[in-house]
Design a protein around this ligand. Structure first.
Ligand code: GBH
Length: 543
């Protein structure tokens, strides 16, 4: 304070120094108040999103109801020789198409302020294209769901593509293998922005492009069951990235000014550690591994191009195999510009860590060999109901730190995090432990390391169809009885824990005063102080 007064005195070393100092002092207060009032609203009152997540194919059922078209998953689960572990389908799944009101009541009981779901493209466009006709009944389902959420004070976060491509588009031109898909995806996105954008303010274009690319078109373990790690995976990723950028720009130009929402993309990957911690080559391999999973997509989205490591390594291997050009496609200058900055927040699905060991691999083996990495898990990491998922809570903190550093601290939403078991028990203490530790590490990334985490969604609201694993791995915090045709839901212990945990978190959050009202009040105070200051400095006072 003394220092402040000194500065004031210094500034006001004028003949009429009393009046000048009064003026400066009062003006300083006024300016401070006005500065506070003009600070961006998100600093003061944006609510942290606490939610749960699901996806259309995994929960809705009603696969052929009310005019819905077939998706590649409807076909895949019926195909001879497809290996869905228990030979199941998601024809019925959790029956959420009928039971959405009950689902929203579950969310209400949990006390979440947000819910992440996905829209089934073939439910709203049965043939995948606008020309093939709009299914109004399908759209109505999502309008109803969103209305029900909002009526219960729950923010919707909608994913446009969680893997259930309209089958027609796969049959016609191999889906994401062809750039013909791009305008159709953009049409679909536009339709959803038009019909739901007044109410949905958080959008994701894609869920985990890595998974539907590598498992769907590379390994053939997911729909559409294509097996080509050498070329197709790179072409598929290239096309979906171009589609993402176009959908983002469309929203930015034609919808954002009025709807004021945010559009992002959700990526998955592991935080990778060097297998041998003292090996420089393994350390580089660990970084490279994350570049081949996360940055394959996020570098184009944030920087406008693929990571240098991917370009050189795939380029060199292509040349060594005698190919005329790299198997990794190139973006045009226009596409780079469209991609760069095409995300309002980073969507992160995080589950597990892995280890990387540097090893030069074949020149023509494709995606995995292109990395020159042998990937393993530390045998000391506790397991789960899924072989690929080891309980490594530090990984979510380190992963968030790594992404935040690389992309200059973007707003980041953990759009999925959770753990499986194989019996779906409601006495799931292991899941409580998992959430406590993982969320603790997210909080640490946010508070201690100042990463801009703005939301967290538990995967999943309820047990559901776990893709190629069918109904053998359960991720829900709510149990669903798949032997009962009614598909009754029961809160697991972890649901009760999550409910109590987020209730406590929300009460310690800054009170959600409306930012506008708040800043109007401070602005008015600023103006009043200034007027008062003027009067004071003009008045003849004895000090
Ligand atoms: C997410 O994928 C999905 O978004 C969600 O739909 C799913 O239900 C949930 O997580 C739980 O799995 O050993 O090479 O076959 C999670 C990320 C990464 C999980 C790849 C399966 C298999 C890799 N996935 N992983 S592999």
């Amino acid at each position: 304070m003394r220092q402040f007064l000194n500065i004031v005195n210094l500034l006001s070393a004028a003949p009429n120094s009393k009046m000048a100092s009064r003026m400066t002092f009062v003006a300083a207060i006024a300016v401070t108040l006005m500065l506070i009032s003009s600070a961006p609203a998100q600093c003061t009152a944006e609510e942290f999103l606490w939610g749960t997540a699901t996806s259309a194919y995994q929960i809705e059922g009603a696969w052929d109801v009310d005019g819905k078209g077939m998706s590649i998953w409807d076909e895949f689960v019926r195909r001879n020789g497809t290996t869905i572990k228990d030979n199941s389908t998601a024809d019925i799944a959790c029956r959420s198409y009928e039971k959405y009101k009950e689902d929203v009541q579950l969310l209400k009981q949990l006390g979440v302020n947000s819910y992440r779901f996905s829209i089934s493209w073939p439910r709203v466009l049965p043939n995948g294209t606008l020309a093939g006709g709009i299914n109004e009944k399908g759209i109505q389902y999502y309008v109803n769901l969103v209305d029900e959420l909002l009526a219960n004070g729950i923010q919707p976060l909608a994913t446009l593509y969680h893997w259930d491509l309209p089958l027609t588009l796969q049959n016609e031109f191999q889906g994401w293998e062809s750039e013909q898909i791009i305008p159709h995806f953009v049409d679909y996105a536009k339709l959803m922005f038009e019909r739901l954008g007044d109410k949905v303010k958080w959008w994701l274009t894609f869920n985990e492009p890595w998974v539907f690319t590598v498992l769907g078109y590379g390994l053939g373990a997911h729909a559409p069951g294509t097996k080509d790690l050498v070329n197709t995976v790179y072409i598929v990723s290239h096309n979906l990235l171009r589609a993402h950028a176009k959908a983002y720009r469309l929203y930015e130009k034609d919808f954002k000014p009025r709807q004021q929402g945010k559009v992002g993309i959700t990526l998955n990957g592991a935080y990778v550690l060097p297998k041998n911690t003292s090996s420089e080559l393994d350390k580089k391999a660990a970084q490279r591994s994350m570049e081949f999973s996360f940055s394959w997509y996020s570098d184009p989205v944030y920087f406008g191009d693929y990571p240098e490591e991917m370009k050189t390594r795939i380029g060199n291997k292509s040349a060594a195999a005698g190919l005329p050009k790299s198997r990794l496609p190139e973006f045009t200058a226009e596409e780079k510009a469209e991609l760069k900055g095409s995300s309002d927040f980073f969507g992160l699905n995080y589950y597990t860590s892995s280890l990387a060991e540097h090893k030069i691999l074949s020149n023509d083996g494709g995606y995995y060999d292109d990395q020159d990495i042998v990937s393993t898990m530390d045998p000391s990491w506790p397991g789960s109901g899924s072989p690929w998922l080891k309980v490594t809570p530090f990984g979510i903190r380190e992963g968030i730190k790594w992404l935040s550093a690389r992309y200059d601290n973007p707003p980041l939403v953990v759009t999925e995090n959770g753990v499986s078991d194989n019996d779906g028990t409601t006495s799931d203490q292991h899941r409580i432990d998992f959430y406590r530790e993982y969320i603790g590490n997210v909080t640490q990334a946010k508070n201690e390391f100042k990463c801009n985490v703005v939301g967290y969604f538990a995967w999943s609201l309820m047990d559901n169809f776990e893709w190629a694993e069918g109904y053998t791995e359960y991720f829900g915090i709510v149990a669903v009885d798949f032997n009962d045709p009614e598909r009754p839901r029961t809160l697991k212990d972890s649901a009760k824990w999550y409910r109590d945990f987020i209730a406590a978190e929300m009460t310690t959050q800054a009170p959600a005063t409306t930012p506008k009202a708040g800043s109007i009040v401070t602005a008015a105070l600023g103006v009043l102080t200034m007027a008062f200051g003027l009067a004071l400095s003009l008045a003849k006072l004895p000090f």
